[in-house]
Design a protein. Structure first.
Length: 249
């Protein structure tokens, strides 16, 4: 698949999809507390998405069974919501969600503390979100994918955390995953140049320990190999003549 450059009309459609995505994530964020299950979050997210006129992007994608990915503690990405997974004080849950509206996709993720978390975990969340915003800040025509990845990596590694290598961000549009791949690590100045009309999902996945991950027997849930905590933040971002436009804020 070649990189698809979007028209301003297409980007406006993606903005609407991004707004549905954000609204669902904010609903879920407000629900996260000790005692709730990840399946409770799933049911609420699906109902809200449909009520807003969206179509969940993940459910059925390569056989994925749910509308949300809910990844708890050392789960990095692609955790499957379950009635058995009761959230406890001091845990964290990464929530990844995507929605189609009018044929175009929005995709975003947040990591939410469950009650009060320890200082190092709180710092992991803060640094991961800061690395996302640092990457978005370099997005403009002529910048490279290496610039984007380097911006993430620099923020993360300066704090003693590590960037996951096995999963990357991606182009997005009428399909959830389009070219190019958008790594969260790289060499500034290297790689494909961004141009106006490209839309990418930038999504740092950051581990408190080593960057290695292992996929669980369910074929989906990826966990840190060393059992350390992991955080995940994501925005869908359009490249405009003047820089980045976040479609999922």
């Amino acid at each position: 698949m070649a990189v698809v450059v979007k028209s301003s009309k297409e980007i406006e459609k993606m903005r609407r999809a991004g707004q549905v995505t954000r609204e669902v994530l904010e609903l879920v964020r407000g629900m996260v507390k000790p005692g709730i299950t990840t399946l409770d979050l799933e049911k609420a997210a699906e109902a809200r998405c449909l009520a807003l006129g969206g179509k969940p992007a993940f459910k059925g994608y390569h056989g994925f069974p749910c509308v949300l990915c809910t990844s708890v503690n050392g789960e990095v990405v692609h955790g499957i919501p379950s009635a058995k997974r009761v959230l406890k004080e001091g845990e964290i849950v990464s929530v990844d969600f995507g929605a189609f509206v009018d044929g175009y996709c929005g995709d975003a993720a947040i990591t939410v503390p469950v009650g009060k978390v320890d200082p190092r975990t709180a710092r992991l969340l803060k640094v991961t979100e800061e690395s996302l915003m640092a990457a978005i800040a370099v997005v403009k025509p002529g910048a490279t994918l290496g610039d984007v990845g380097y911006a993430v990596q620099k923020v993360v590694e300066a704090e003693g955390f590590s960037v996951v290598r096995d999963f990357v961000g991606h182009g997005i549009g009428s399909h959830m995953h389009e070219d190019p791949q958008v790594p969260n690590f790289g060499v500034a100045g290297r790689g494909m140049k961004l141009r106006a009309g490209m839309v990418i999902a930038i999504e740092p996945m950051v581990n408190a320990g080593h960057h290695d991950v292992v996929v669980q027997p369910d074929g989906w849930t990826a966990v840190t190999a060393d059992g350390s905590m992991s955080a995940h933040f994501e925005h869908t971002v359009a490249v405009t003549a003047t820089g980045a436009r976040i479609l999922t804020e």
